[in-house]
Design a protein around this ligand. Sequence first.
Ligand code: DHB
Length: 388
Amino acid sequence: MRTQIGIVGAGPAGLMLGRLLRMQGIESIIIENRSRSYIENRIRAGLIEHWAADLLTEVGAGARMQREGLLHWGINIGINGDLRRIDFRRLVGKRVTIYGQQEVVKDLVAQRLADGDPLLFEVTDVTVHDLTDSRPKIRFRHDGVAQEIDCDFIAGCDGFHGVCRPSIPQGVLATFERDYPFGWLGILSESPPPEHELIYSYTDRGFALYTMRSMTLARLYLQCDHDEAIENWSDARIWDELHRRLGGARELKEGKMLQKGITPMRSFVVEPMQYGRLYLAGDSAHIVPPTGAKGMNLAFADVVYLSRAFDAFYKRRDDTLLRDYSAKCLRRVWKAQRFSWWMTQIMHRFPNESAFDHRRQLADLDYLTSSESAARSLAEQYVGLPLD
Ligand code: DHB
């Protein structure tokens, strides 16, 4: 097989890149090691920044999001049950859209298949080769047959555990990492959320987040131990803790639990996001802790920059944007890292925190929710910094 851009991974980064390239008249082949039903049902965050929702609409994949997504013009911060609202409309005139990441994936897959562009599921034994040559290659097996794609460039959109990043020789990438001494236990419940907007609830017992997929489907998270076993959390224990961590601010209705899982918390960045003709985008290059839901939004920003760079290369033989790709992405990545780290550390209880740190954290929360300047700073980052 022969294509211009070989895309490894059909998550939000790979699928959006494929769509942007098609709009520019650039060919791509997307390969994915999971099945279509796996990627369409994999539960992730469900919060889309203002510009990213507009992007989905501009690329023609936003129709169902516009019908089914919820527009949120603010969030609530709870401090031991004292609920304070941050009003995005007043502070920055923007909103976020609540719509599950797997729904975005479904819409982008349906669009790609309708366009008739190649998208191969359940490929195995994926390897990438000749990354510093002018014709890099992707090898894999599909339906038992060994295949090779001869590409101009490869986009590594294959996530944190993918094969692209580890194919870059030792010593090329610098890695920046931080672990957190807790995780999130998340459930999906057939019940209304306790408020029509999100509640980020700090309590002395730990953090909880009350979000939703619709007004009848709640997505609820609890800060739990770092290496917590899900078996330790019966449904009754989860509900009991969710009630307590609302701190009496609202009533929480219980419902049937449809899904239960643990989300690890990690900050991770590699630099640069490129080696030869391999360009990394999304989770293959960076992971943020879930607080603030920046993961998919960052992946979209990467591929917007990457598609612009390919466009300049093919239309004008200008490789300036390709050379600048990594630096351009990393400026945004580090701001999102900083924001996600900050939201995480302000909302969670840390084991072994000192009494001083605990008082400082409460003052941070009080400042955030009582100073217009502080609230505006959160708002402009939460709804998404503009793409430059
Ligand atoms: C969701 C997840 C988040 O991490 C967040 O900050 C907001 C919303 C979600 O799953 O809806």
